[in-house]
Design a protein. Structure first.
Length: 246
């Protein structure tokens, strides 16, 4: 019978501990196929998910059809408005509504009897009319025209569509730039990891490899979110152009 030396047993025990600590439980969907990203710590994954959630398109709730760039961070903490269900106010008294991880500033349009999502930094932007359903979920509606217009006004509907197209094109350009930056960062990390592993003089440690793979996976997830949002926005622009006969 072959007896293993104490050194080899210790080496095998160490390898088993490392393998168990990095053993995959399930490969995350959308992870680069050439890397095992399962060694991410739960806290890292939760933080990464929170960052990516902000990037996801607002069409997660299809009935809330407000562009993502209308969302903004409140000043201080939010407190429920006791007089208006589903409305919150920050420490400056600005009213907001919530959509998943995002908050949208709103103000009440007395002339049309509806809340509107607006851009505090740009009063010329279209203000989206919103209301709650029986379940308390916010959604947009088309039962009013532009602020000061009358319900069913065809000119107001045309202006709204043109404003939406302009907003969507601005979002598309911003996302195209973001996609290019993420792609460049992702490619650089991939090449750096491959070169490091292939060079005996600069072989990274296990923790360094895990850190690199975690960053690659994070960038990959952000890039996929951007690509999905781009596709949705381009489809929406095409639909609006067709409705206007463009």
């Amino acid at each position: 019978m072959k007896v293993q030396s104490a050194g080899s047993q210790t080496n095998e025990s160490t390898q088993m501990e490392v393998a168990q600590s990095a053993a995959p439980t399930a490969r995350p969907n959308g992870a680069p196929p050439m890397f095992d990203t399962s060694a991410h710590r739960p806290s890292d994954c939760r933080a990464d998910g929170a960052r990516q959630a902000w990037l996801l398109p607002s069409t997660i709730n299809p009935s809330f059809d407000v562009p993502v760039h209308y969302a903004s961070k409140p000043y201080g903490s939010l407190h429920a408005d006791v007089n208006n269900q589903g409305v919150y106010k920050d420490d400056k008294g600005t009213a907001y509504i919530k959509q998943r991880v995002r908050t949208y500033p709103v103000k009440y349009d007395k002339g049309n009897g509806t809340w509107r999502v607006y851009r505090p930094d740009n009063s010329t932007k279209y203000q989206y009319p919103v209301r709650t359903d029986r379940s308390g979920n916010w959604h947009t509606h088309g039962e009013v025209g532009l602020a000061g217009g009358w319900e069913g006004d065809p000119l107001a509907s045309l202006n709204k569509a043109q404003h939406e197209i302009m907003d969507l094109r601005a979002q598309i350009q911003r996302l195209e730039n973001q996609k290019q930056q993420l792609t460049q960062q992702w490619d650089q990390l991939q090449r750096g990891l491959i070169q490091a592993i292939g060079s005996p003089q600069t072989t990274p440690s296990l923790s360094e490899r895990q850190s690199l793979m975690l960053e690659i996976h994070r960038l990959h997830g952000q890039r996929m979110s951007v690509l999905n949002e781009l596709a949705a926005l381009k489809s929406k622009v095409l639909g609006l152009q067709r409705s206007l006969g463009l």
